[in-house]
Design a protein around this ligand. Structure first.
Ligand code: SF4
Length: 334
């Protein structure tokens, strides 16, 4: 075994983070292991905590599209990116529930609702709360992504029974200001702290392929793993370069680097659901298979992800059959 194989999570699989932080140099050693060693280690840890052939299925709905005042360089919904996307108003609760019923019938156990906001306005909170309560009453897990949250807003969502709140850190602290200027990395961490404090589970990840280095991938994952409690879900996205956005010409991430990042996420955060998120449409089945082997165990299903294309359900069902994968049951999905 190489020395990097003696990772904290290996030594102590039940370790609750916070007692001992990962250092970037430790994480770098793991990330740079020979590929086969890295994947073997990630798969070994994965099997300790999860059924290796189960993948959690989430469905994402845009409940308020476009017109966002933030300037995230990758996003089709920012008013700063002339992508031609038409802005829409907040959806009605009944429409959201009708979509959630369809998602449940198609096997999704978690329903994620996203609004293109800097943060919710207090006047929107009643409608948001009704959506959470309605989706929960269907027997699904709920997740919201609404931008920055104050402690009071987080408490309201917690009282409504919200299971997860998504708020990505996007990239490393070093690279962050290259991508977003309208809110800081520290703002992001503050929202995550408010969510955790309110007792809501945390979903936080990032995007690869925005022009960052592999050191940024490592630093981002170390930041997530070293949160006082690591996120229960970590979505790893591959940039979809949107025409008209600041990152429309970004060079694609090397697929091997992407798979290494998935494996590192699994090793640093053994109990976390690592989600293969945006960009699956541009991944081969073979690349997705390697991501699952490296420890990814959650995907978004459905033809669209907010405003981007996603593999259709037929394609995913075929891929699952070829790989012998099955959807994770709700009780196993936390
Ligand atoms: S906050 Fe969200 S919706 Fe708004 S620009 Fe950034 S990523 Fe897009």
């Amino acid at each position: 075994m190489s020395e990097a194989q003696v990772s904290k999570s290996e030594v102590s699989p039940s370790l609750v983070r916070g007692s001992e932080a990962w250092s970037v140099s430790e994480a770098k050693k793991i990330y740079n292991l020979p590929f086969n060693d890295l994947l073997f280690q990630a798969q070994t840890i994965h099997r300790r905590h999860f059924d290796p052939n189960s993948v959690q299925l989430s469905r994402l709905l845009s409940i308020k599209t476009g017109g966002c005042p933030e300037d995230c360089g990758y996003c089709s919904q920012s008013v700063h990116n002339p992508t031609g996307l038409k802005a829409s108003k907040l959806m009605e609760v009944e429409r959201v529930l009708a979509e959630a019923r369809k998602a449940k019938a198609a096997g999704a156990t978690r329903y994620c609702m996203g609004a293109a906001w800097r943060g919710p306005k207090d006047r929107d909170m009643d409608v948001i709360v009704a959506m959470v309560e309605g989706v929960r009453s269907l027997g699904m897990e709920t997740c919201m992504t609404l931008g920055m949250l104050s402690p009071l807003q987080a408490e309201k969502l917690a009282d409504a029974g919200l299971d997860y709140y998504n708020h990505n850190i996007d990239t490393s602290e070093r690279f962050y200001s290259e991508i977003i200027s309208t809110r800081t990395f520290a703002d992001r961490l503050e929202t995550l702290a408010n969510v955790r404090e309110a007792g809501i589970k945390v979903c936080a990840g990032g995007i690869l392929g925005m022009g960052e280095t592999t050191d940024d991938h490592i630093a981002m994952l170390v930041t997530l793993a070293n949160l006082p409690v690591p996120p229960e879900s970590v979505p790893i996205n591959m940039l979809i370069p949107i025409p008209g956005s600041k990152l429309e010409a970004a060079a694609p991430v090397d697929p091997i680097d992407f798979i290494r990042a998935i494996a590192l996420a699994r090793i640093l955060m053994p109990m976390t659901h690592v989600r293969l998120s945006a960009g699956r449409n541009d991944m081969s089945d073979e690349m997705q298979a390697l991501c699952f082997f490296a420890g990814a165990n959650s995907i978004f299903v459905g033809d669209t992800l907010l405003t981007a294309d996603n593999p259709g359900e037929d394609h995913d069902a075929r891929l699952f059959r070829r790989l012998g994968l099955k959807p994770m049951a709700l009780d196993a999905a936390e």
